[in-house]
Design a protein around this ligand. Structure first.
Ligand code: C5P
Ligand code: MG
Length: 190
């Protein structure tokens, strides 16, 4: 199995690149943010719970997120592998993911982090907010809080996988295709 964590701050292009990667490498794309938004749109209890956090740019409690992710992974027993997008968001979630994959006789293959500077991220997210209908993309103070949460809680995930030599950074600035080519170079080594 190839299990890729597509990593990086909000607005770094994880979703966009995942959509291209899953086609080329026939992997299952799991975006926890998209799963939350799907639940939100359908007014499920999970969506209503998550909304409290998403609207502030905070992290949904680990137990909720990990259960949701586990269910999704278990829906695909025959998968060739997964692209995890927006998960894990902290070290506790990383440990849960490792345990889940281990129970399937597998492991994280690599973590690829898309490198984009803050001002470019804010610009991209505000632009996306004009059409995404996402409240958390439309308000600069929520965007800045998401970045703060990313640097405080999520960047330790990079260091966590770096200990086993799995973390790598890629320049996330450039055209969609230029960034995709950089990612493919790394994917082809897995
Ligand atoms: O990944 P994405 O940027 O789409 O996530 C949007 C929001 O969903 C985050 O700001 C956060 O509130 C919530 N989220 C979370 N835990 C995750 C993924 C997303 O709390 N693992
Ligand atoms: Mg996304």
């Amino acid at each position: 199995m190839i299990n890729l964590i597509l990593f990086g701050p909000p607005g770094s292009g994880k979703g966009t690149q995942a959509a291209k990667l899953l086609k080329k490498y026939k992997l299952i794309h799991i975006s926890t943010g998209d799963l939350f938004r799907f639940n939100l749109k359908n007014n499920t209890p999970l969506g209503l719970e998550a909304k409290k956090y998403i609207d502030k740019g905070e992290l949904v409690p680990d137990a909720v997120t990990i259960n949701m992710l586990t269910e999704k992974v278990n829906e695909h027993p025959d998968a060739k592998g997964f692209i995890f997008d927006g998960f894990p968001r902290n070290v506790h979630q990383s440990e849960a993911l490792d345990a889940l994959l281990k129970s399937k006789g597998s492991a994280v293959s690599a973590l690829i982090s898309l490198d984009v500077d803050d001002e470019e991220l804010v610009k991209r997210l505000l632009e996306r907010g004009k059409t995404s209908g996402r409240k958390d993309d439309s308000d600069e103070s929520i965007i800045r809080n998401r970045l703060k949460v990313y640097y405080n809680e999520t960047t330790p995930v990079f260091d966590y996988y770096e200990k086993t030599g799995k973390s790598v950074k890629v320049n996330g600035v450039g055209t969609l295709l230029a960034v995709f080519r950089r990612l493919c170079k790394l994917m082809n080594k897995l």
